[in-house]
Design a protein around this ligand. Structure first.
Ligand code: BGC
Length: 800
């Protein structure tokens, strides 16, 4: 009986248990159902509703990235934060909040191609290589925004197909000094070129439905002490030179994001500077996207939020905590944080991740390689040609120089691309019917192989901390050179240089050639000239080097820059004349380094006695003063009559062009003037011409550079005898300069000359017009004022 009782009791209990369990499940399901119904979802509800449903912790995590893994490290390598591995090797991700329908988005470098890990989980049966496009310095030398846009379209398709939402590029800081370690990632010494090229690139990339991050905003013109340096610069130089390119890019392409820089400007970290991130970028220029920091850039997360630097990358949990604490302690208004969140959400809404884009991981690399090669060919600059190029008859080539065999496709650091291959010059010549001497090849190959064995490849971090020096120039001996002067038809010698983020270039053995290089050029030239044969020098460099000490030895010099993965093929196509060289310099080659206007202020002063931290974390306070003001690059050389080796805008061709019939729509300025000019190919081969429009303005109240580039265009491919009329619109803003006393852009009364030329010094046609009444084209805010007086260079003062 007892047993029966017991059994009945157990059954009752079970029933109750089952009942209460069912009730709980029912309730849970209902609650979940109701909350899914009621919880706002990104895209379905307004951002305001979504933000209202976010906890403070969620907000503080959304504005701080998920963390960081050293590029190139395997998924199980050390990380900071909770990195997600949707795209291994990408530079970072944002925090996902699934309950509100907010996905994580992926950001990846960099300016010359998608930078991700090419092999995953040791499985090489499926690879993730990307196209290495030519570096920015080369792209700028094309002077062809349509071509740069085409590169952007190809580039963006790889971003899209590899599951990335935002590319951390293009980069557009000004080439202030030839030693700038990242100059290869940047376009030019001129802000119009930098801005127009950036806009073209952004429009191309973003046409794929992915985003960009134009960087590094702003005045980040050196790598020495990049995390601490205080850039002291006048408002005028900032506005006219260092911010102008960003302004053009924002106004002409509205990029999804902007990346702030590491440095300070006039005393404040750029990422913590409200006037840079909000007053100028958003209020004056109308930027609509969000701003992210450079990796670990700036110091104070709360100030960054207030400044309008919405996303802190790559992100650490400590940053989120500081934001939470600041809101809880009333030192950060939650409304400010909500606005940061809102701007990020607006971009997430457009992202492929939000749209669940089913990426293929199979971009059309073959097609993109063709685009890369085409761009490379168009941006190479023929610096010298004494009846030497194209090499149509000479087929047997004695190929000298380490980088003829080990060509440099692009720079290092985050600007490096994991490409499937790079065509060396040796290969490129062979692909185009030339025969490179085998004895010379063997000696170089053995030397370079030995060097590589002695310097095994390091991982990214080790390489970043302690870069492997490039192999010293192989010293081909004079007997070999003499023998080849007998046997070969022509000598080609390649000079190579590489650089990247984290350090600037050096003068000795980098800007200047090493003794071994100089001696080799001389020996080759002497031996080949004695046999009435020519020496062609190819420059495989990312930034400016000395040319004056050796150029007389060369019969032709082709500046190939760092031309991307199709390097050798592109160079060969220019050397053999399949492509007429039409690139022109967007950065000056000076006669000597001491002629550079920033030479005495680069990279500035260090204060090692105030250093903090140690090892990798050691930070040395530093400052640099831009005493040269607006006189950067050709603005300096031309105004102060300092002769350059090769001026801004310079470049030769295998054909010749005639400029005629410059006409202005009016001889007095009234809102706009249109200039037209006819360009005729007067030579024997088809070619394109980069046409440049400079303006010389009156300078009664403000000092002015002797001329400034205001417009440019590249002609179509003109057949011999063919002409094209190109036209340029000049508006009032093109006539104005920044008057610091009035915080305004002012076009002064007087006569303006329009100079249309083949370079900044080779002006072909000039016309003038008058401006009868001063025009104030824009009134800006008084911001970013330097705290100390700058002894700025002015034309009436003596040049350095
Ligand atoms: C560079 C940025 C880059 C970022 C992410 C930084 O060191 O300065 O240009 O986008 O790393 O890799």
């Amino acid at each position: 009986m007892k047993i029966l009782y017991y059994q009945i009791a157990v059954m009752k209990k079970r029933k109750t248990l089952i009942c209460s369990l069912s009730l709980t499940v029912f309730m849970l399901v209902t609650v979940k159902f109701i909350s899914a119904q009621t919880l706002p979802q990104l895209g379905k509800n307004s951002n305001k509703e979504v933000i209202a449903a976010m906890t403070l912790e969620e907000k503080a995590k959304l504005v701080v990235g998920n963390g960081f893994r050293m590029p190139g490290q395997r998924p199980n390598g050390p990380t900071i934060g909770q990195i997600q591995d949707k795209v291994p090797g990408a530079a970072g991700t944002t925090y996902a909040i699934p309950r509100l329908g907010i996905p994580s988005i992926v950001v990846a470098d960099g300016p010359a191609g998608v930078r991700i890990q090419p092999i995953r989980n040791n499985d090489s049966s499926k690879t993730y290589y990307a196209t290495a496009f030519p570096v920015a310095t080369l792209l700028a030398s094309t002077w062809d925004t349509a071509l740069v846009k085409k590169v952007g379209v190809a580039f963006g398709s790889e971003v899209h197909e590899y599951g990335i939402d935002i590319l951390l590029a293009p980069a557009l800081n000004i080439h202030r000094n030839p030693l700038g370690g990242r100059n290869f990632e940047y376009y030019s010494e001129d802000p119009l070129i930098a801005g127009k090229m950036t806009a073209a690139m952004v429009n191309g990339i973003e046409s794929n439905g992915v985003g960009t991050s134009i960087k590094h905003y702003a005045a980040n013109n050196q790598e020495s002490n990049r995390n601490t340096v205080n850039t002291i610069v006048s408002e005028r130089a900032l506005r006219e030179i260092y911010l102008k390119g960003f302004e053009i890019a924002v106004k002409h392409s509205q990029p999804w994001t902007v990346m702030s820089s590491y440095n300070k400007v006039n005393g404040t970290y750029t990422s913590e500077e409200y006037d840079l991130q909000t007053t100028i970028l958003r209020k004056e220029w109308g930027f609509k996207g969000f701003v992210m920091t450079d990796w670990f850039g700036g110091k104070n997360p709360v100030e960054q939020m207030k400044a309008g630097n919405d996303l802190l990358m790559p992100g650490t949990p400590q940053q989120s905590q500081r934001i939470i604490d600041a809101v809880n302690h009333d030192s950060l208004d939650v409304k400010v944080l909500d606005e940061n969140v809102n701007r990020i959400l607006n971009i997430i809404l457009q992202s492929p991740s939000f749209k669940n884009y089913n990426y293929s991981d199979k971009p059309d690399l073959k097609k993109d390689a063709d685009v890369s090669r085409e761009a490379a060919e168009e941006g190479m600059v023929l610096l010298k040609n004494d009846h030497t190029l194209p090499l149509t008859k000479q087929k047997k080539v004695a190929l000298f120089g380490n980088t003829s065999y080990d060509i440099i496709a692009g720079g290092t650091g985050s600007g490096d691309v994991n490409k499937a291959y790079t065509i060396s010059l040796l290969q490129g010549l062979a692909n185009n019917g030339y025969v490179a001497d085998d004895e010379v090849r063997q000696q170089y190959s053995a030397y370079l192989a030995d060097y590589k064995t002695k310097h095994p490849k390091k991982n990214f971090f080790e390489e970043f901390m302690n870069p492997t020096p490039p192999a010293p120039e192989f010293e081909a001996n004079n007997d070999l050179i003499a023998k080849k002067a007998d046997e070969a038809d022509v000598a080609i010698y390649t000079i190579g240089r590489n650089a990247g983020e984290g350090r600037d270039r050096k003068l000795e053995t980098d800007y200047y050639l090493s003794d071994a290089e100089k001696l080799l050029i001389k020996n080759i030239a002497d031996a080949f000239h004695a046999k009435n044969k020519k020496l062609v020098v190819v420059l495989n460099i990312g930034g400016v080097i000395d040319v004056t000490s050796w150029r007389d030895n060369a019969d032709a010099i082709l500046l190939a820059w760092q031309p991307g993965l199709e390097a050798g093929n592109a160079i060969a196509n220019v050397l053999n004349g399949k492509v007429d060289p039409s690139g022109k310099l967007a950065t000056t080659f000076p006669m000597d380094y001491k002629d550079v206007s920033s030479a005495k202020n680069f990279p500035g002063k260090e204060y090692p006695e105030q250093a903090t931290g140690s090892g990798f974390g050691r930070q040395v306070p530093a400052e640099v003063t831009y005493e040269e003001g607006i006189y950067v690059g050709y603005r300096y050389y031309n105004t102060f009559n300092v002769a350059p080796a090769y001026e801004f805008g310079y470049g030769l061709s295998y054909t010749s062009f005639d400029y005629s019939n410059l006409k202005l729509s009016s001889s007095s300025f009234n809102n706009k003037i249109t200039a037209t000019i006819t360009i005729k190919n007067t030579g024997k081969v088809a070619g394109k011409e980069a046409v440049q429009v400079y303006i010389s303005a009156p300078s009664k109240n403000l000092d002015k550079p002797s001329e400034e580039l205001k417009a440019f265009a590249k002609t179509k491919l003109l057949q011999p005898g063919e002409s094209q009329t190109v036209s340029f619109d000049i508006d009032a803003a093109d006539l104005s300069s920044f008057d610091t006393n009035r915080e305004s852009w002012v076009a002064e009364v007087g006569t303006y000359s329009i100079k249309v030329g083949a370079s900044s010094k080779n002006i072909k046609q000039t016309a003038s017009f008058d401006l009868a009444k001063e025009i104030v084209t824009e009134k800006d805010n008084k911001v970013l004022v330097p705290q100390t007086e700058i002894n700025e260079l002015k034309p009436q003062k003596k040049a350095f």
